[in-house]
Write a protein that binds this ligand. Structure first.
Ligand code: ZN
Length: 578
């Protein structure tokens, strides 16, 4: 855990979000690293609360790789840009849609025919990757590229993303500015259109494009680099990342991977020239809860006072009237993002900013902060367990009493909570209603209250996933290299011509889950970050009409992957496979 709650009042000690240690790496004469070497950590110190402390939102030491042959070219060459756009567009043109309940490849391989087109396309579009990396198909449709390093003892580094896209609703096709699988590039806006442009083909193609370029540049890895591409992330990765995770675990063992970088957050410009990079270092958990009310059937002319639909409705309204409590903690990675907002955004009310900063040591301000967050729908689910009643079935006919009514509640579990806690909470709501109307109560098969003449209520949890572990930040060299790469890619790469630009790195969480939930055993160093800047408003096109990505953002992802691979190769401590 990042912060020990017992030391919350001990301000100078607890804020260790980002290591004060320098990244242990050779600083070559030719390096373009910006920043005084004597003062590698250019953190801002603040005195407005009377104590010196290191901010949770800071500028990292930018790390430019010693091997940096193509970085400038990636950002500046019109030819490279054209090639990058066309490679991404080609990938978008292959509609790798997955629908809910996608079959396993062994059940129905034909379902995945578009994916095999994508495989061929990638092999042909990245000839050097195809020549120099080993390609395996795990569970037929996952792609696993392995770029063998010279030192086989070192843990491989892993890049991941997914081949699948969410389906385009045929009803919405006419609303798209350009057809959803056109991959159309609009030069005037610099936008590439199409389903998957953002989620997730920009990252998938960038990962392969960066490696293609590194090979062309003559780079040879010491540490093995693997690229793992799942095929059903959008339906929870059950056939894709889950089988890939098992496969990699068998091959490399517990903790056998150096780090994993997956899709996640993008850099946000929160005020003019102020950019916040907040990789996701922890995800919420997940639970579907099914509640079934089983009662007596019969003719509707002689009904009971409450039918099973009425009883189910009462449980639903009790759930909705008692949402989960807000549980803000300084350990929440979202706090890092808030601190950045407080320090660098022009848009937050002063009171909100004060509450964020002073929440560290002032209980009253922490309460105020929770109040502020709770009033903002876009933020509030990051500090509590969410609940959404998404499915309801009950009743068949006007003159027949509904014998069974059933509904599903979807939960995204707060990072401080657990599957057990959420299930118990739903059970307690069901118990109140069961007792009120004299129903029996079951937790799955387990009897809580014996079944009665009236009927029974059954609460069952499905697809349980605990909140993810917290990926190391403070004191971790892996984090230092990752975040130092971010600082360099943006401050000295994308924003190189903007002397006003300020780039800060912090942490965040997310209310959904990526494929990495199947990779927890491989490493504790999991960072979810696209490596690009997303213009405001574009995020809402994800999974929606007019999904787009700016070509400049795609190029930045390529540069990010290029630099991250080399920085790890040049700077990481030697750590051997178990
Ligand atoms: Zn995705």
């Amino acid at each position: 855990m990042l912060l020990d709650t017992k030391t919350e009042r001990n301000i100078p000690k607890y804020n260790q979000l980002i290591s004060k240690r320098r990244v242990a790496m050779a600083v070559g004469a030719g390096m373009l690293i910006v920043g005084a070497l004597s003062n590698m950590f250019s953190w801002s110190y603040h005195n407005h609360i009377g104590v010196d402390y290191i901010e949770q939102c800071g500028r990292m030491d930018p790390i430019l790789p010693e091997f940096n042959k193509s970085i400038k070219m990636i950002f500046e060459s019109p030819d490279f840009k054209e090639k990058a756009i066309s490679r991404l567009a080609g990938a978008i043109q292959i509609p790798t849609e997955v629908f809910d309940d996608n079959p396993s490849p062994s059940e129905d391989i034909e379902y995945y025919h578009e994916f095999f087109k994508l495989h061929d396309y990638l092999v042909n579009s990245f000839p050097l990757v195809s020549k120099h990396l080993k390609l395996e198909k795990v569970n037929e449709v996952n792609l696993l590229f392995t770029w063998e390093g010279k030192d086989k003892k070192l843990k491989p580094m892993m890049l991941t993303s997914h081949q699948d896209v969410v389906p385009v609703d045929p009803e919405t096709v006419s609303q798209w500015t350009y057809p959803p699988f056109s991959g159309h590039y609009d030069a005037s806006s610099d936008l590439i259109y199409g389903r998957g442009a953002l989620d997730c083909k920009t990252l998938l193609v960038a990962q392969l494009a960066a490696i293609e370029q590194l090979i062309e540049d003559g780079f040879e890895p010491t540490r093995t680099v693997i690229v793992a591409l799942g095929f059903d992330e959008e339906t929870a990765g059950l056939h894709g990342a889950r089988t890939m995770g098992k496969f990699l675990h068998e091959r490399y063992g517990d903790n056998g991977i150096y780090s994993i970088v997956d899709e996640g957050s993008m850099v946000a410009e929160i005020s003019k020239n102020v950019f916040i990079a907040a990789p996701v270092v922890q995800e919420k958990g997940y639970l579907d809860v099914n509640i079934t009310v089983l009662g007596n059937g019969g003719h509707s002319s002689i009904p009971p006072e409450h039918t099973t639909i009425g009883v189910a409705a009462e449980i639903i309204s009790s759930l909705e009237n008692k949402p989960f409590k807000f549980e803000f903690s300084l350990e929440n990675p979202f706090y890092g993002f808030l601190v950045c907002m407080a320090e660098h955004s022009n848009s937050l009310p002063t009171e909100f900013k004060k509450a964020i900063i002073e929440a560290r040591f002032d209980e009253k301000e922490r309460k105020k902060l929770v109040e502020f967050i709770s009033q903002r729908p876009e933020m509030r689910e990051l500090i509590r367990t969410s609940q959404a009643v998404d499915v309801f079935h009950g009743g068949m006919k006007a003159n027949a009493l509904p014998q069974v009514s059933t509904f599903l509640v979807n939960h995204r579990i707060d990072i401080q909570s657990s599957v057990q806690e959420v299930l118990e909470s739903d059970l307690s709501v069901a118990r109140e209603v069961a007792e009120k109307y004299g129903y029996g109560l079951y937790l799955a098969d387990e009897e809580v209250i014996p079944c009665t003449d009236v009927g029974s209520i059954t609460v069952t949890g499905y697809k349980p996933l605990e909140p993810s572990p917290y990926s190391p930040t403070g004191g971790s060299q892996v984090w230092d290299i990752f975040s130092g790469t971010i600082q360099n890619v943006f401050q000295n790469g994308l924003l190189r011509n903007n002397s006003e630009a300020e780039v800060y790195v912090t942490t965040n969480t997310i209310s959904a889950n990526s494929d990495t939930k199947h990779y927890w055993a491989l490493t504790k160093n999991i960072y979810r970050f696209f490596g690009n800047v997303l213009p405001q408003g574009l995020w809402k096109t994800v999974h929606s009409v007019d999904e787009t990505i700016p070509a400049s953002a795609h190029l930045t992802s390529i540069a990010f992957v290029y630099e991250y691979i080399v920085n790890v190769q040049e700077g990481a401590n030697e750590d051997s496979l178990p």
